[in-house]
Design a protein around this ligand. Structure first.
Ligand SMILES: *[C@@H]1O[C@H](CO)[C@@H](O)[C@H](O)[C@H]1NC(C)=O
Length: 362
């Protein structure tokens, strides 16, 4: 077995003619040492020269290769949301509440099991069900961990839903408001990358047999091809635009009639996609306009031109859950940006609604 050792044995430093500078005790040795020092200097200069000339060009390769690494698999952290309340008395389950985002279900689940409070990544309360459990909620507040947000969820406008939780209980809100921590809209619109070829003539033909808007009760939800759809919300509040509007645009392929333009404009809906009653000085002027649109093919179709450039995305009331799972991935960010609502009821309601608009017209 000795043949293995021989080639592997390193020669001793003395056999290589090497002497440590510390070993040299006379002037002869000092000169030899200096000579080596100069040689070393020359080598160093050459090495530096090569490094400066060659390295910048060579290093481009690995840098661009690193940029390419964005295709590397994204590592997802498993997250658990503890639902501390029910949803209008019904259980909150992963299957139902994350139904629209099956991919998210791979790393995110909802539990209603109180024993999981300690390992949950977020604790969620549905506002309408936040009552009668004050002691339980109080003890949760006392046991909370800094990186685990308490989230308040509501689908309703402040006219129909007063927020209940007390001071600094809630870290994040999950509502239809664009400035909520988790935005959970009923629908939204995005600009298409490429214009869609829409057959507006066919659209007009499909509508021409319908009863005129004022002659019959055309606001019922049956399948007749109406030209207009009355999409008036139960209250007029900032960002509160529900599926009544989005489905009129998208599923019913009609012109929604809304009460006040402001709320739709704020959400970035193109002006020409709907008729707003408050654009007119009086209700009669509004009616006269609708009658004109109803009869004039070009004018009617001008309200559908947007379809070429925009796409409607219908959200479900549960869309916030998918976004919440995603946001919980970034634990570091959450820890670095703590927040809580001193008065979450005030946030939800203060100066958010104008329910006087209807009095003027209707
Ligand atoms: C939640 O609010 C509490 C009370 O203000 C705070 O101590 C905690 O850091 C907050 N957590 C998050 C995740 O923002």
């Amino acid at each position: 077995m000795s043949y293995i050792h021989k080639p592997l044995l390193r020669p001793k430093s003395s056999e290589m003619g090497y002497k440590s500078p510390l070993q040299s005790g006379n002037s002869m040795c000092t000169w030899r040492y200096l000579g080596r020092f100069v040689t070393l200097g020359v080598y160093a200069a050459v090495a530096l020269f090569l490094w400066y000339t060659l390295v910048p060009t060579r290093s481009k390769e690995p840098i661009s290769a690193n940029l390419d690494a964005s295709a590397a698999p994204v590592i997802t952290k498993n997250v658990v949301i503890y639902a501390a309340t029910k949803f209008f008395g019904h259980p909150i389950t992963t299957e139902r509440f994350l139904a629209t985002c099956p991919d998210v279900q791979n790393y995110c689940r909802i539990t209603q099991d109180e024993s999981e409070f300690d390992n949950a990544d977020a604790v969620l309360f549905h506002n309408a069900d936040y009552h009668g459990q004050n002691e339980k909620f109080k003890s949760m507040k006392n046991q909370r961990k800094p990186g685990v947000p308490f989230v308040l969820w509501s689908l309703e406008s402040p006219s129909n839903d007063n927020f209940r939780p007390e001071t600094h209980m809630i870290n994040w809100t999950m509502t239809y408001r664009t400035d909520a921590d988790i935005w959970a809209p009923y629908g939204t619109m995005i600009k298409r990358h490429k214009a869609l070829d829409v057959n507006l003539h066919a659209l007009w033909n499909s509508k021409s047999k319908s009863a005129t808007w004022l002659a019959s009760n055309c606001f019922t939800q049956n399948k007749r091809p109406y030209k207009f759809y009355l999409s008036i919300e139960n209250s007029n509040c900032k960002d509160y635009v529900t599926e009544k509007f989005w489905k009129a645009l998208n599923d019913r392929v009609t012109i929604p009639i809304v009460l006040a333009r402001k709320y739709y404009k704020d959400l970035g809906v193109p002006d020409s996609a709907y008729i707003a009653i408050d654009d007119y000085a009086t209700f009669d002027e509004f009616v006269a306009h609708v009658k004109r649109v109803e009869k004039d093919k070009d004018l009617y179709l001008s309200y559908h031109e947007w379809r070429k450039d925009w796409k409607v995305i219908i959200g479900s009331g549960f869309s916030g859950w998918c976004t919440l799972c995603d946001k919980l991935q970034d634990k570091e960010y959450i820890l670095k940006h703590p927040k809580s609502y001193k008065d979450v009821a005030w946030w939800h309601s203060f100066e958010m609604c104008n329910n006087q608009i209807a009095n003027k017209f209707l």
